[in-house]
Design a protein around this ligand. Structure first.
Ligand code: GUN
Length: 298
């Protein structure tokens, strides 16, 4: 079997267009413009690229974007002061502090300072806890953008996920843990695997849904994939190809996995574009909640 390609780029474009339509309606009907503030500390080149892309897409969706840049040597108190100002700013409905932060700043303290209503990354203890406790049905709080995007792609590809055996490889706060919770809510039987898991290949081979979020290039081999499985590859790593040129690869050995799976996300063009689209989605929903409206169905 050669897997079909799950086109995250196209799905994300569609989602951004639906968000933009809802933003326009919110402006016209309620006079409210959703606002997203992005805080970048330091000059990590990859983070700068991400932040530029977030800012451009925020404006393209008709939202207000507020960029806050602090030098790499900024004190934790300086970052906290920016977050507290944004918490009080009525024009700001979403706050994202770009991670990773410089080592001298405790990201846990910064994230804890963000008003949970504006925590469009879904990383605060309040929103992570809500995800654990929320009953089935629409989510009325922000959920971490990358796993939310993965879930949208899975549901678009498979329809119901109910009863599926799902394996999530990687247990990060940003991806693995919220991904597992989202899959439990969809009635999957979920196993979280990580660097200490015994017989990881054998475990992965049992998965109807395999989500790889380890950050280790091409770690998941083709013969780890169950025939007919749906594979979601969250990784993105730049490596030197055989021809000496740089190329982007995921956490899954794509060419081999594609021969076994039913459907698979490519890298690039799979999960990556979904993250920013879901950030815009979360910001729109946060703005709607700020005036007592329920979530827009997108
Ligand atoms: N750095 C890489 N991905 C993310 C993300 O989803 N949110 C934040 N805040 N920082 C990131």
């Amino acid at each position: 079997m050669t897997a079909s390609i799950i086109d995250g780029k196209a799905f994300a474009e569609g989602l951004r267009a639906r968000v933009a339509r809802e933003v326009a309606a919110l402006k016209a009907e309620k006079g409210l413009t959703p606002g997203l503030a992005v805080v970048l500390v330091g000059d990590d080149p990859a983070s700068q690229v991400y932040v530029r892309s977030k800012t451009r897409q925020t404006h393209d969706a008709g939202m207000a974007g507020f960029d806050h840049r602090l030098p790499a040597n900024a004190a934790e108190a300086d970052v906290l002061a920016v977050v507290e100002r944004l918490n009080r700013d009525a024009a700001v409905h979403g706050i994202l502090v770009q991670l990773p932060l410089p080592a001298h700043i405790a990201s846990s303290r910064i994230i804890a300072a963000i008003d949970p209503a504006k925590d469009v990354d879904g990383l605060s203890a309040v929103n992570a806890g809500r995800l654990v406790q929320a009953p089935a049905g629409p989510l009325d709080f922000p959920v971490a953008c990358t796993p939310l995007g993965c879930l949208m792609l899975l549901k678009d590809s498979l329809g119901s996920l109910s009863g599926a055996d799902a394996v999530v490889v990687g247990r990060s706060v940003l991806v693995g843990k919220p991904m597992a919770q989202l899959l439990v809510r969809e009635d999957c039987t979920v196993t979280m695997a990580h660097s200490r898991t015994r017989d990881l290949p054998g475990l992965c081979r049992r998965a109807d849904i395999l989500v790889a979020a380890t950050g280790r290039a091409e770690m998941v081999k083709g013969d780890w994939v169950k025939p007919g499985a749906t594979v979601i590859d969250v990784g993105i790593t730049r490596i030197a190809g055989a021809d000496g040129k740089q190329r982007l690869v995921g956490d899954v050995a794509f060419a081999a996995a594609r021969e076994v799976a039913r459907a698979i996300t490519p890298v690039p063009g799979g999960v990556g574009p979904m993250t920013v689209a879901c950030l815009l989605h979360n910001t729109l929903q946060a703005a709607r909640r700020s005036i007592g409206l329920g979530p827009a169905v997108l």
